[in-house]
Design a protein around this ligand. Structure first.
Ligand code: SAH
Length: 332
């Protein structure tokens, strides 16, 4: 913003004021800004808009303090975000793209392919709007909604820097989690950015054979390559990695898969998050029985791997992992 002010012949502090209007006071239009020179405001409103999102619909879960928001953007595109209230703070799960081109076989977000990337402003604005609507502060952000965040790298980075900026909404980087299906070159780039965020890697299988069956991206990057990038990531950043493992009945849920996974992760500073598959009506895959999930977890624990089973929030409003879309669907 300082650069922007200077380009229009204004002093740097004008740029700082503009930043404050947008990211601290969170105005939705340039017309709402007042204590800046009129000429400067005219010049920027001829060339720029504040590219936010607008709430189109909110669905509140009956079973948990979770709500799903449908947002529209200036070009009419739609994305969804999820708000989750916990006693230790509120989390928002935001989308980073309209659609997704990764093609995972069990996910709803990729059914229509990718239509476009979100700007950093559109990612931030999902949080601003939810804070405004709920009247509560958001303390945790997970970039796990629709889209592959590392496929929209530059905007993601700008988003992280703005969200954690001391003059903005000041979300600590340690409270930001970014989830990727494992784009190795991008992970390598990310580890050099000196960020304190948590990286979550969607693994979903202990070997290439199973992974390739459910995730097209696995044909490009093998599990060994992913593990080696993860080890380096942990080394470079000092941050623990989370592995997400979506449990799909009859596909990746057998005892030997748990054993194989434990072998791969031995000695790594990581955490495994088991996600029982959430239903996506166009998809065939089903979740395993409770008992199968329990056994899988026990095997990992027995091998001293940190493991949790993700609590399902918002399943009744299709707001759980893998259920977010860019089209509006009525329940029924
Ligand atoms: N593109 C990113 C973020 C996407 S979604 C990534 O792949 O990590 C966040 C998590 O939900 C991912 O681990 C994703 O694989 C998982 N997921 C997708 N569909 C799911 C479903 N139907 N049930 C449970 N988890 C699912």
């Amino acid at each position: 913003m300082i650069g922007l002010a200077e380009r229009f012949g204004e002093k740097p502090f004008r740029g700082r004021q503009l930043f404050e209007w947008i990211h601290h006071r969170q105005v939705e239009e340039i017309a709402q800004i007042h204590n800046l020179p009129k000429r400067f405001l005219e010049q920027i409103s001829e060339r720029y808009i504040i590219s936010g999102v607008q709430i189109r619909k909110k669905q509140a879960s009956k079973t948990s303090e979770t709500a799903k928001y449908l947002f529209s953007m200036s070009d009419g595109s739609l994305v969804e975000s999820v708000w989750m209230k916990y006693h230790h703070g509120n989390s928002v799960c935001i989308s980073s793209q309209v659609g997704c081109r990764m093609g995972c076989a069990f996910c709803a977000s990729t059914l229509e392919g990718l239509s476009r990337n979100l700007t950093a402003g559109e990612m931030l604005s999902q949080i601003y709007e939810i804070q405004r609507e709920t009247g509560e502060r958001v303390s945790n952000v997970i970039v796990m909604g629709m889209g592959e965040p590392l496929d929209n790298y530059d905007n993601l980075l700008a988003f992280i820097r703005l969200a954690s900026h001391e003059k903005g909404i000041r979300i600590s980087q340690r409270s930001i989690t970014v989830s990727t299906c494992g784009l190795v070159e991008r992970m390598q780039r990310l580890m050099e950015e000196k960020l304190q965020i948590t990286l979550a890697v969607s693994l979903h299988a202990p070997n290439d054979e199973i992974r390739q069956r459910i995730m097209p991206v696995a044909k490009k990057y093998g599990v060994e390559e992913i593990f080696s990038a993860c080890r380096k990531y942990i080394d470079r950043t000092g941050r623990r990695i989370t592995f997400e493992y979506c449990m799909i009945g009859g596909v990746n849920d057998r005892k030997e898969h748990a054993e194989e996974l434990a072998g791969c992760l031995k000695g790594m500073n990581c955490h495994v998050n088991l996600i029982p598959l959430n239903d996506v009506k166009e998809r065939e895959a089903r979740r395993p029985r409770e008992e199968t999930i329990r056994e899988f977890r026990k095997i990992l624990e027995g091998r001293h791997i940190n493991v949790t089973v993700r609590r399902e929030l918002g399943g009744d409003i299709d707001a759980a992992c893998g259920q977010l879309r860019n089209t509006y669907m009525d329940k029924g």
